[in-house]
Ligand binder design. Structure first.
Ligand SMILES: [Cu+2]
Length: 352
């Protein structure tokens, strides 16, 4: 029924437009075509000015409306650089956009047909070509140079003192591993992955794995002011570690290790005050559409003081101990864990 109404409405609108066109044609004949043309020209010129003003007002209103959706201040140095690059780009392109649009619409208005002018034929000017090629080229080169500098900064090697944290994506959550006291992550082998008691496929024959910690709730803890190196992997499809508050992202690719490093500058508690949001959390979002549960792949980052971090770390238990409750801690046997019988996996962790 509503389809029928809409169709008849559309037909009606077309009929009305057709009738108006017809009527103005007859009116033009009655009043003289020249006079009508001049009226239409004037009306069109003012309409163009109106379109420009309406467009500019629309842009302003859009910004006002979406302002609250903007991210808070960047929480690391590279993020600050990214923001300043973003602002410079918006400023430069924004000014150019405004000027060119203003001139375009103003010329339409100023040079409307008055019957007193004829158009001037202008074919070519080397000088003009040179100006409007060189200036944008220089502007773009500067913007690209700033971008490359930031890109090299983001993808550079992490400082040696950086704390390594592994983050592995899987459908549909993030698994976080910390190196433990020896500060080294043990070897992984995808053939040893087992959702019951070895979610990352840790190779228990590697002693570095004995003290590795796997966070139970997909949380990354960071110390404010201390560099952190993220070692990124994936268990199944391509995911992407998206850190909007740090203005960073990096693909998590199965079979390939990617990295990202950052030095958080604002603690989670300070950010709660800055954003006036007591529930604020730094978010890890999956930035790569990875399946039907993609939207729910949300991890969190907690940036805290060294004291709080130490307190939290002291409470963590090595994954080996939780995954193999019957085995003696800190003395991993050869390879029995990965193939442990089901009966032993009573208290295992499920990372679903
Ligand atoms: Cu994903």
């Amino acid at each position: 029924m509503s389809g029928l109404i809409i169709t008849s409405l559309i037909i009606l609108v077309f009929v009305i437009i057709y009738q108006i066109g017809k009527a103005s044609e007859y009116a033009a004949i009655l009043r003289g075509e020249k006079k009508v043309n001049a009226q239409v020209n004037r009306a069109m010129a003012w309409l163009l000015v109106g379109t420009f003003l309406l467009g500019m007002w629309g842009i302003w209103e859009c910004h006002q409306y979406f302002k609250d959706l903007m991210l808070p201040v960047a929480a690391c140095r590279t993020g600050e650089n990214y923001d300043s690059m973003f602002n410079v780009t918006i400023m430069v392109t924004g000014i150019v956009f405004f000027l060119t649009q203003a001139v375009l619409f103003w010329f339409c208005f100023k040079y409307q047909d008055s019957g007193k002018r004829s158009s001037y034929f202008f074919a070519h000017s080397n000088k003009l070509e040179l100006i409007w090629t060189t200036i944008p080229a220089i502007a773009m080169a500067i913007l690209v140079a700033i971008g490359i500098r930031n890109w090299f900064d983001v993808t550079s090697e992490a400082p040696a003192e950086a704390t390594a944290v592994e983050i592995v994506g899987k459908q549909f959550n993030w698994i976080i591993r910390y190196p433990g006291k020896d500060k080294e992550l043990g070897k992984r082998d995808f053939r040893k992955i087992n959702d019951a008691n070895n979610v990352l496929g840790l190779d228990w024959s590697d002693p570095h794995n004995a003290d590795d910690i796997i966070a139970q709730n997909g949380e990354i803890h960071m110390v404010v002011g201390k560099p952190v190196k993220l070692i990124i992997g994936s268990r199944d499809v391509i995911h992407d570690v998206g850190l909007p508050h740090f203005r960073m992202k990096m693909d998590a690719v199965p079979g390939i290790t990617t990295t990202l490093w950052l030095t958080p500058t604002i603690t989670s508690d300070s950010m709660k005050l800055i954003t006036k949001n007591p529930n604020f959390v730094y978010e890890i979002a999956c930035d790569q559409l990875c399946g039907k549960g993609h939207y729910a792949m949300r991890g969190t980052i907690i940036v805290e003081t060294q004291a709080k971090y130490d307190q939290w770390l002291a409470k963590q238990q090595a994954y080996y101990a939780t995954a193999n409750p019957s085995a003696a801690p800190a003395a991993p046997a050869a390879d029995s864990a990965a193939t442990a019988p089901k009966a032993e996996a009573g208290k295992e962790i499920s990372m679903k």
